[in-house]
Design a protein around this ligand. Sequence first.
Ligand code: FES
Ligand code: FES
Length: 161
Amino acid sequence: MQTIELTVNGEPLKASVDPRTTLADFLREQADARSIHLGCEHGVCGGCTIVVNGKIARSCIALAVAMDGADIRTLEGLSDDPSIVQLRDSFHTCHGLQCGYCTPGMLITARDIINRYGEADEAFLREALAGNICRCTGYAGIVKAVQHAAAELTKTRSNLK
Ligand code: FES
Ligand code: FES
């Protein structure tokens, strides 16, 4: 066992971990981060996407022991984030989810895309979201939702100027 200290959703966490424990299992079990959904467990489907030190990452292919000192955000810790608040609303409005299994990973990836690129066309978004698989194949609604969220956030930001 190895001791690590990290920050999860703004809270300090010290834990003793088995060197083979994945970050996804660690966060689900030790930080109650149930928004992390495991699908492929091979870094392919995007269901386990989280934010590590400000960058999106696949928690199924990272080891918890490598996270000593890291600042981690899961969807639970982004509930008041303006982009996530808008994305949640847009996914509802534009029918961006069906069973919802892929949704947490989609929201985190979409937030990253919007924060980095703002508004984007469908072709760009389909490519940027290609690392997140929706087993319900609801991509049309998902892309529409991300475009809707980006447009609404642009409006909000320009109204604040
Ligand atoms: S479960 Fe991590 S990428 Fe699929
Ligand atoms: S909504 Fe079911 S997997 Fe995407």
